[in-house]
Design a protein around this ligand. Sequence first.
Ligand code: FES
Length: 580
Amino acid sequence: MNTRKPKLRSAAWFGTADKNGFMYRSWMKNQGIPDHEFAGKPIIGICNTWSELTPCNAHFRKLAEHVKRGIYEAGGFPVEFPVFSNGESNLRPTAMFTRNLASMDVEESIRGNPVDAVVLLVGCDKTTPALLMGAASCDVPAIAVTGGPMLNGKHEGRDIGSGTVVWQLSEQVKAGKISIHEFMSAEAGMSRSAGTCNTMGTASTMACMAEALGVTLPHNAAIPAVDARRYVLAHMSGMRIVEMALEDLRLSKLLTREAFENAIRTNAAIGGSTNAAIHLKAIAGRIGVPLELDDWTRIGRGTPTLVDLQPSGRFLMEEFYYAGGLPAVLRRLGEANLLPHPDALTANGKTLWENVREAPIHNAEVIRPLDNPLVQDGGLCVLRGNLAPNGAVLKPSAATQKLLKHRGRAVVFENFDDYKARIGDPGLDVTADSVLVMKNCGPKGYPGMAEVGNMGLPPKLLAQGVTDMVRVSDARMSGTAYGTVVLHVAPEARAGGPLAIVRNGDWIELDCEKGVLRVDISDETIVARLDEWAANQHPIPADRSGYRKLYVEHVLQADEGCDFDFLVGCRGSDVPRHSH
Ligand code: FES
């Protein structure tokens, strides 16, 4: 069968019977590849984030093998290559610090190599946005395959959720309710199979975002990592990407403004992570789709949260899949006319609605009906005011409802080290009504925007039974965490945002309904304090060289997606052709 189409970019490498074609093919043949693999078949790159240091993606060699089976079956030729793997649990200072680095690796690996389309193997938090960002900047046909969530954690006869149980039990240790030994005994039971965090943390959220965006096959988000159906999905994705290569179904046909609006609405319905606001903005920026923080208010707010998963609710990703997974959620939204763009095209060539309109719903406790939601008014709350001129976010479904309108005095920590040093001080001047404020944890300040915004509460208040307080920072928060936590304050303190000049005792006002975050001081005082702050700034030696210098000088603020300023945009897949 002659499947060669002029549009296949790999023909520029392998399609000529001359000196150049000889050289490109000859070196590849050292892997035992026969002639016919170069005879016009779509060459499919498998972009693999496998790493033993990214435990959530450590099963990806097997996943890649199943993708390859599908590619071969459909008449393509698979070529697997490694890219930088952002492991959330191990990487310092944060996995976010290297998200953009990974995206550059992906972009240049795709553009520079003879691939007609790519399968993106993603899982642990940052690998999903990193690979979508890199592939979007090339605008080649691409399909994402997620590694899937871990099985439910088990401890003392009950289910425990990745990350969420760590926050819960460590607070109980500080409050003196359980011993450190009881805490440590949960360790092995929390992560007991391959896969990503089993809560609706950032990995599960981004897997749902990828599915809602239409860049995966249906059910990609929720099938457990060790379920045989995960490998069937990998196989089918391999088959489908060959067709997508021949159809020239590029990412720009899937990642439209409409697709992002569907994803924002979906994030509200699943009780998704605040990190999605940063990552979707970054992905949209790469494909050239305008997306603003206020879109999260306009499209997301008012949407009921239907998925009853930790950290907002009770269940875990296993139950989510068995209840029907994301297609069931999208069906519920669609039937209530809450799916903004049901006609958006998806990777399998069907519309989003065609994929989900008959999706079965097996458990109305896990995927709740619209008249009995987990949270009536889900979605992210976008806040603005003199403390966050360019915005901040809060996740109401993970917060204490009575704290969503609050006024309290600031207890200020200059950075995370200052917080760690003083939060346990019995003499700390703090009450349950105080607002914990932490600075210098933003994109430039940490650097890498640490997931420390859900500061643990002062032990002396925990011992009194306090379970939540308003917290404000320029940091991020793990998607597995919870609390009345204002995050992503922009501009960040290190960039000279007003957060930099908040002092102990200043009154802070939070009003989620009105979208307000302000410090109760005059504009003149803010300007005077900022002048004083600027006069005392000194370059940090560690920021003067290496990748860290590039990062600090070029990273954008949270409301802009934390991409590097020079990476925003779609650069296409053309590459200058050089003769040997
Ligand atoms: Fe990898 Fe949570 S640490 S998904």
